[in-house]
Design a protein around this ligand. Structure first.
Ligand code: AKG
Ligand code: FE2
Length: 197
């Protein structure tokens, strides 16, 4: 476990974008993906908003994915296993980097073919509590022709990240502008933020 934590932090320090190929076990990724399939089948996903509760709006011209929040109240064994892993990572990050993280929030995301999320920063203008963004992808057979890459904008160094299962990405929420390019295939992930209030 600490190897994947160390990989995320080292690549983040080197590159501003941390990448781990095995932050979640394959079993846990498959089980979370199954949750997302079921939520979608039961029409439990909602259109994703822009902004936070004080200034929330819905604009399919900016982002067109659907989401569902993971929550301890859901009493779902796999979500709880995910939270145990996130809490262990937060402890490690706080100890090794004095990051001062005190909370987190995560949602499932589903992008259908044609969906996208235009360029944005993850930290809200009216609330700086989101410090780090973390995304784990849940697409086992992703092909280059499926598109849907995460494009991270950096001076002279844009990074295109394909959303293949097993990959977890970690970056600072107030620093890197990024977008999700139009996907040609159903694209699944868990996205969230490490926060300090
Ligand atoms: O799914 C991704 O690659 C990025 C999602 C994203 O930027 C967000 O939800 O804020
Ligand atoms: Fe984002």
């Amino acid at each position: 476990m600490e190897n994947s934590f160390e990989a995320l932090i080292t690549t983040y320090i080197e590159n501003k974008v941390g990448i781990s190929e095995n932050f979640l076990s394959n079993d846990l990724a498959n089980n979370l993906k199954q949750n997302l399939y079921t939520l979608n089948q039961n029409s439990q996903l909602s259109a994703a908003g822009i902004g936070n509760s004080e200034k929330l709006s819905y604009d399919g011209a900016i982002r067109s994915d659907s989401i569902y929040w993971l929550d301890k109240k859901n009493n779902n064994a796999f979500e709880n296993e995910f939270f145990v892993q996130i809490e262990a990572f937060i402890l490690y990050l706080n100890k090794s980097c004095y990051a001062g993280i005190t909370g987190y929030e995560f949602h499932y995301s589903l992008y259908e073919a044609g969906d996208f999320y235009l360029k944005h920063l993850d930290q809200f203008k009216n609330n700086p509590s989101r410090k780090y963004s973390m995304i784990t992808y849940l697409n086992s057979d992703w092909q280059e022709s499926d598109g849907g890459e995460l494009l991270i904008h950096q001076l002279n160094n844009n990074q295109k990240i394909s959303p293949v299962q097993g990959k977890t990405i970690f970056f600072k929420s107030d620093e890197l502008v990024h977008e999700v390019l139009v996907t040609q295939n159903t694209r699944m992930s868990i996205t969230g933020w490490l926060k300090s209030d």
